[in-house]
Structure formats: C-alpha cells, structure tokens
Design a protein around this ligand. Structure first.
Ligand SMILES: Nc1ncnc2c1ncn2[C@@H]1O[C@H](COP(=O)(O)OP(=O)(O)O)[C@@H](O)[C@H]1O
Ligand SMILES: [Mg+2]
Length: 271
C-alpha cells in the first residue's frame, strides 16, 4: 500500500464530532473515493491522511512508514486540493500561482517557464497566466488550484469535492486528468458527493457516516448497493435507476457500466 490509515481517531476542540477508528488504504495507481453525507468527516479524514492534521489515536503510513516522521520531505510527493480554491490561491497572477511550489523547491526560472508552458497547454490556462486568480470563474480557479499542485508531480493526490460548483465541462476535464494520472501510476484519494463522478473515476469506495466507515468495496459493489448509497445520502446513479425501473439485472453484468453497451441494451429493451 502506498498510503495506509490505521484506526485513526480525532475530535475538534469544543465539537461533538469524532472520527471513530477509521482505516483506509490506497495502492499505487489506484483511485479511491470517500463518500458520505455532509458533516460525516470526509474532509477531516483527508486532512489526517495527508498529514495536515495529526490524529489523536492511530497512524498514517506512507510507503510503509509513519508519515509524520517523513515530513516535511514527503510533502513533495503528496498533493492536496481543497474544496474551495479560494483557500488555496494567494498569488498575484496565475503564473506566480503555478510557479510558487517550484520556486520553493529551487527550480530555475527557465525550468519553471517551461513546466508552466506545458501544464498551461494541458489545462487550457494559457490565456489566464497574466490574470489574477481572484478574477477567474469557479471552474478556472479549480483548474489553477489543481494545476498548481500537479506541477510538482505528486505521486499521491488528495482531492476534496473536486466537482462542487463546477460546470459539466470542468467536471469532465477533472475526470480526464484523474484518469491520466492513474494511467501514469499515480494514486488519487477523492472525497466526493457526486456519484456520477465517483462512478466514472473510482476503483474502490469507502462509505462514511457519522465519523466512521460503514461500508465499501469495489465501485461496482458500492453503486449497486442502494442501501449503502442511501446511508451515504446518495442515490443510485441515474443509469442504474433506469435499469432498475426496466427490471434489468445490472448487478450480474459489470460491463453495463460501459456507456456503449448500456445504450445498446436500453435500445433493445425499449424498441
Ligand atoms: N475546525 C473545526 N472545528 C470544529 N468542528 C469542525 C471543524 N471542521 C469540521 N468540524 C466539524 O466536524 C464534522 C466533520 O466535518 P468534515 O470533516 O468537514 O465533514 P465532511 O467533509 O464530510 O462534510 C462536522 O460536524 C463539522 O462541523
Ligand atoms: Mg468536506
């Protein structure tokens, strides 16, 4: 396991919320999703798993060793993208935002220019480089926040609600970036409320409720379990709702998750 969270407990001073004995893991090249209702502890868990908050009990292992003992060095290998990009963006221009971490790591300005050029093309940020991050749309801000982390090439990325407040276009972009990262062997842990998005990117899912993990498994197992999704305050993905209404036994055929096959099957049923 690249990352392992073992039996962590945490509570905020003056709050009744407690993270209760949570364990999770992520392998190299794996996309792991954490789902659950608002306030169940997803963000707190991400902060602990990424080493930003120290748990009161339990441990976080990164590459098999205690993460806290590898900090701050391990920060170069771990990226965290917060839910609200306004919490992350603070530089006068998008260019400086993207350059920030590289300057901290003592890259030369020539190297920085070249890396930013590459990334700006991939993220469609070329026309925004001279702008203030504060003047951007919500989707553009999110892409800049994500790019400012990916520019230093973390092998483990935490994404907190990456599609919240985003148009379908930016959600699709983020999905394709996650899948590209996975393809290149990176690991991604994503907290999300967006079941259609989770269905499109995740290999494995943990379901949280009230500070604890209450279930989980492969993405197919989880999206087919209506009771688990209901406990996570989520509904079956629309395509599965349609199949259920048509009385198609989707549980037995994971390939139905493939859009082409699904459309073929629906046509057969309806025509
Ligand atoms: N800094 C904080 N101080 C006190 N309570 C907090 C703090 N941050 C979050 N909480 C509380 O902890 C609980 C879990 O929050 P959070 O981890 O943000 O859940 P989620 O991301 O699933 O919505 C909530 O009840 C929230 O109000
Ligand atoms: Mg949250």
């Amino acid at each position: 396991m690249l990352l392992e969270v073992r039996d962590v407990w945490y509570s905020y001073p003056g709050s009744s919320f407690t993270l209760r004995g949570v364990s999770l893991g992520a392998d190299k090249g794996e996309v792991v999703a954490i789902i659950g209702p608002v306030g169940c502890g997803k963000t707190t868990l991400l902060m602990i798993a990424s080493g930003l908050i120290k748990p009161h009990r339990g441990v976080v292992l990164f590459r098999g060793k205690l993460l806290e003992e590898q900090l701050p060095r391990a920060r170069r290998s771990i990226g965290v993208v917060f839910q609200d990009p306004n919490d992350q963006l603070f530089n006068p221009t998008v260019y400086d935002e993207l350059a920030f971490s590289l300057r901290q790591l003592n890259y030369s300005e020539d190297e920085i220019r070249s890396l930013i050029g590459e990334l700006a093309r991939r993220f469609n940020l070329e026309d925004l480089l001279d702008k203030s991050p504060y003047k951007l749309s919500a989707g553009e801000k999110k892409m800049v926040a994500l790019a400012s982390i990916l520019i230093y090439g973390p092998e483990l990325l935490f994404l907190d609600e990456p599609t919240s407040n985003l148009s379908a276009k930016f959600s699709r972009e983020i999905k394709s970036i996650i899948l590209e990262m996975k393809e290149s062997g990176k690991s991604i842990i994503v907290a999300s409320h967006d079941i259609e998005f989770v269905m499109g990117v995740a290999d494995r899912v943990y379901v949280m409720s009230d500070g604890a993990i209450i279930g989980g498994g492969s993405i197919v197992d989880v999206i087919c379990s209506e009771s688990l999704l209901m406990a996570a305050d989520m509904e079956l993905p629309l395509v599965l709702q349609v199949l259920k209404a048509l009385k198609v036994d989707f549980k037995s055929d994971v390939l139905l998750l493939n859009r082409g096959k699904l459309i073929g099957l629906l046509k057969k049923k309806l025509c």
